[in-house]
Design a protein around this ligand. Sequence first.
Ligand SMILES: CC(C)(COP(=O)(O)OP(=O)(O)OC[C@H]1O[C@@H](n2cnc3c(N)ncnc32)[C@H](O)[C@@H]1OP(=O)(O)O)[C@@H](O)C(=O)NCCC(=O)NCCS
Length: 173
Amino acid sequence: MVDDRQILETERLILCKLTPDDLEALFRLYRDPIIREHFPEGVLSREETQAELDWIIKVYYGDYGYGLWATIYKPTGAFIGRCGLLPWVIDERQEVEVAYLLDQAYWGQGLASEAAQAIVAYGFDQLHFDRLICLPIPENAASIRVAEKMGMQLERELVLDGSPALLYSIAKS
Ligand SMILES: CC(C)(COP(=O)(O)OP(=O)(O)OC[C@H]1O[C@@H](n2cnc3c(N)ncnc32)[C@H](O)[C@@H]1OP(=O)(O)O)[C@@H](O)C(=O)NCCC(=O)NCCS
């Protein structure tokens, strides 16, 4: 049952808060070198995944009231990824990133775009942000396309934690 943890529902997906029990499902994704190809830090160990999961639950949910959420495929109830919102400070400006990562088996079906578009609506309508961003690296064509399909536009190139990235953004209309 995810009802009390549920954040969002789309046609094919439910996004709900992660719990400590999601460690193995998350690690199965974070250990995959193809899924992690465009992350500068690469694959994560179980311990690194545990640390990120702890941070999401304690700091993001606890202090910010949002974060990365378990992404559940409604037809089967399978845990197929984590998508959500992440806080950043970039050039002294508080930003909120729309983030998405799915199991390879589910790529190419429009699922990330479905999640991302619902997250944008949630960020603007429920959390009252006036602007949202994405931070793909230049080689991540699929991620850039998902950002474009959210209505985001390329604002500029930047260096993030020592790695090149693109800053896409959308303002609340
Ligand atoms: C990025 C990611 C979430 C996309 O998931 P997805 O469910 O396959 O995305 P969608 O099906 O909604 O849309 C992908 C779009 O990118 C396009 N695309 C996919 N691979 C592409 C490529 N190599 N070059 C150009 N476009 C590509 C698709 O054609 C589609 O666009 P379209 O609808 O106009 O045809 C998925 O690839 C992923 O989990 N990657 C690993 C994690 C990651 O990199 N996350 C982003 C970090 S910034």
